[in-house]
Design a protein around this ligand. Structure first.
Ligand code: NAG
Ligand code: NAG
Ligand code: NAG
Length: 398
């Protein structure tokens, strides 16, 4: 049942729409700019007043790693950067995938047509057996389905997603409704360059940089171009970062493995690549390092022991520190943190003073930072007057 008053309201309510549609026709284009056509300059900029929230393989604490949905979730949850590992396929395509073999997080074992491709390769000085990414073309890899790496994480998405390419990953970042940076790794370059050959004689690193340049990723750290499309290029291989330094001035991060693992390309020890003299040399090529957090503050019986001076020495060379990997689950939290990931973030941000954090749980880090490091509200004119008044009144002692 409707009263006549309702009817009148309905007809009045219709008028603005009528006018709008006439106006729309008159100017011959949609009245509002389509979201997909928004230019970067209209987007919320990257924050830089607090350490970077780096979504390690997307929000992989929740959704299988390096999938479209893991990256979309990370962006929703507040990531500053989405992180990925780049490998190359047999036919030279660059894909987002962490392991050199497909065994742990895909359904390759169920694909009888690929059974004969199981093989053994030497990877970083050790023989490894499995189905290797470098033995499959992109179309074959796209037929596989991904699953969650850890049994204690949500298994409901297993079998739903496929491997994505570097270009698909870039599209996710560029389509975000605010500026979201990318943080791709040149993964296992020694192995990739041994097994994958490009027709034009180029190397894995060349293809990696060409892809970034094709999509407009360029400019030094904090330059105008960088602010519009932020990127950090990361690698455990110092020779790869130095090799690409002539091809791009995008900021680079040298990843640092455990204390007993030599670099895969230059065979240097942990002590060598974390020495003051090495920092003085490498700072011409990188803006930061990405060490494993347990090498900065080594644990003993799952309690933290004394922090090393690594962060202080890196900062003394103006080198940022982005440690990995922060995870919410009990088995990854040292007892000092009372099984509370916020306590862990508090320690690393406020006691150790890192510049960025690789986390499996983007949302937790973002919530922690929103509670503790929200941006300072701008001072209004009345705030300034109040502040001046309080300064003056402090001198009025009778
Ligand atoms: C890997 O296996 C091959 C063939 O059995 C062998 O010759 C080689 O020494 C092994 N490499 C390592 C690092 O164990
Ligand atoms: C970069 O280019 C310069 C000039 O072409 C060359 O001398 C230098 O060796 C190159 N550096 C690297 C790391 O390739
Ligand atoms: C790497 O360096 C160590 C010494 O630090 C040496 O024993 C080893 O043979 C080297 N490996 C290669 C592959 O050069």
């Amino acid at each position: 049942m409707r009263s006549s008053g309702d009817k009148k309201m309905i007809s009045l309510w219709f008028i603005p729409f009528l006018l709008l549609s006439l106006f729309d026709q008159a100017i011959g284009r949609p009245f509002y700019e389509l979201p997909s056509k928004l230019q970067n300059k209209h987007k919320e900029p990257l924050q830089s007043f607090r350490p970077y929230n780096i979504a390690h393989r997307g929000s992989n604490g929740e959704i299988p790693e390096e999938t479209v949905d893991a990256y979309m979730r990370a962006i929703e949850e507040g990531a500053d950067f989405i992180e990925t590992d780049i490998l190359a396929t047999k036919d030279g395509a660059l894909i987002c995938f962490h392991d050199v073999n497909l065994d742990d997080i895909t359904d390759i074992a169920d694909h009888k047509e690929f059974a004969s491709r199981k093989t053994t390769y030497e990877v970083q000085g050790e023989n490894m057996t499995g189905w290797f990414v470098v033995d499959f073309i992109l179309d074959e890899l796209k037929s596989l389905r991904l699953k969650q790496r850890f049994p204690f994480r949500d298994q409901q998405y297993n079998g739903k997603f496929s491997i994505i390419t570097f270009e698909e990953f870039i599209a996710i970042a560029l389509d975000a409704n605010r500026i979201v940076g990318i943080y791709p790794e040149i993964k296992n370059p020694v192995l990739i360059n041994q097994h994958v050959k490009w027709a034009d004689g180029k190397r894995f690193e060349d293809k990696f940089v060409e892809t970034l340049l094709k999509y407009g990723y360029k400019g030094s750290y904090k330059s105008k171009e960088w602010q519009e499309q932020p990127v950090f290029i990361q690698s455990f291989a110092p020779a790869s970062l130095i090799y690409i330094s002539n091809m791009t001035d995008s900021p680079k991060i040298l990843l640092i493995d455990d204390v007993n693992i030599p670099t895969q390309d230059t065979n240097q020890t942990y002590a060598q690549i974390t020495s003051d003299s090495y920092f003085a040399y490498i700072k011409d090529y990188v803006v930061g390092i990405g060490p494993w957090k347990d090498t900065i503050v080594p644990p003993k019986d799952n309690h933290l022991s004394t922090a090393t001076d690594l962060v202080a020495r890196a900062h003394a060379h103006n080198i940022q520190v982005h440690p990995y990997t922060f995870r919410n689950e009990n088995q990854y939290l040292h007892f000092n943190f009372h099984q509370d990931p916020y306590d862990e973030y508090d320690y690393w941000i406020n006691v150790i003073g890192v510049d960025g954090l690789f986390t499996d749980f983007t949302g937790s880090l973002h919530h922690y930072q929103e509670w503790t490091a929200i941006s300072k509200p701008k001072e209004t004119e009345s705030d300034i007057l109040k502040r001046v008044a309080s300064i003056i009144s402090s001198y009025r002692h009778d």
